[in-house]
Design a protein around this ligand. Structure first.
Ligand SMILES: Nc1ncnc2c1ncn2[C@@H]1O[C@H](COP(=O)(O)OP(=O)(O)O)[C@@H](O)[C@H]1O
Ligand SMILES: [Mg+2]
Length: 228
């Protein structure tokens, strides 16, 4: 994948983020993080500690107040909006607490979508989508729309969509936060299995310490600083 020179898949340095809307809310106060290819990292921390904020910055969905984020060796601040979108689509996958699948489209179409955005042929995108959906245990639900899937199935479809492009790194924000224990465990297992198979780096925000302990590394975000 993109780890050609043994450089980290994701690297951030002295990352600061203040929200400014009348009042200034400092959230991140110097976060450093380096994630090598294939490593899985859990980020834990109290509600409001800035976990989602950090993930947004790492994914190039928001810009830091200060500091830099590099994905696959490229500093995101050097990219314009179009190039940034392309870089994200090429190197990153996202999974959220709520699936964000498009309600009008089938599971197969939802999973094929990131490939179609990349201008892959419909035949190739569809065949990859089917393969991924089979891998997450949804081979029998290809034509179901999100509204016709259970909560756990929707998250599995969202995982398939995040991984279908074979990203260097998947960023997941409480991907099982909305599921019951047993369903959460099953979904998490699927995520980890794919991550291992494809050697994808994986950063997951969770407040579930049991899930966090199954990853390679756990980091805690506290008062704006990340520590091992
Ligand atoms: N768009 C925003 N504008 C202002 N403050 C925000 C915004 N987003 C988040 N915050 C504040 O930043 C802090 C961290 O939020 P967040 O990153 O969502 O935390 P977590 O995901 O750890 O619960 C919170 O105090 C929150 O109120
Ligand atoms: Mg959050």
């Amino acid at each position: 994948m993109s780890d050609l020179h043994g450089s980290p898949v994701l690297h951030c340095q002295s990352l600061y983020k203040d929200y400014e809307d009348g009042v200034r809310t400092p959230v991140l106060k110097g976060v450093d993080l380096s994630v090598p290819a294939g490593q899985s990292v859990a980020i834990v921390g109290a509600s409001g500690s800035g976990k989602s904020t950090l993930l947004q910055l790492l994914g190039g969905l928001d810009a830091p107040t200060r500091g830099s984020v590099a994905v696959a060796g490229t500093d995101l601040s050097n990219l314009g909006a179009t190039a940034l979108g392309r870089w994200r689509n090429r190197h990153l996958g996202f999974v959220y607490q709520f699936h964000h699948l498009l309600p009008e489209f089938s599971a197969e179409e939802n999973v094929a979508m990131p490939l179609l955005i990349r201008k892959e042929s419909v035949a190739s995108a569809t065949s990859k989508a089917q393969e991924l959906l089979e891998q997450v245990g949804l081979g029998h639900r290809l034509s179901h729309k999100p509204g016709e899937l259970s909560g756990g199935e929707r998250q599995r479809a969202a995982i398939a969509r995040a991984l279908v492009t074979e990203p260097s790194c998947v960023l997941a924000d409480e991907p099982t936060g909305n599921l019951d224990r047993q369903t959460a465990d099953g979904v998490f297992e699927v995520l980890m299995q794919l991550q291992r198979e494809k050697n994808t780096s994986f950063i997951v925000v969770t407040h579930d310490e049991a899930l966090a302990s199954r990853l390679d590394r756990t980091l805690r975000l506290d008062t704006g600083v990340l520590s091992e």
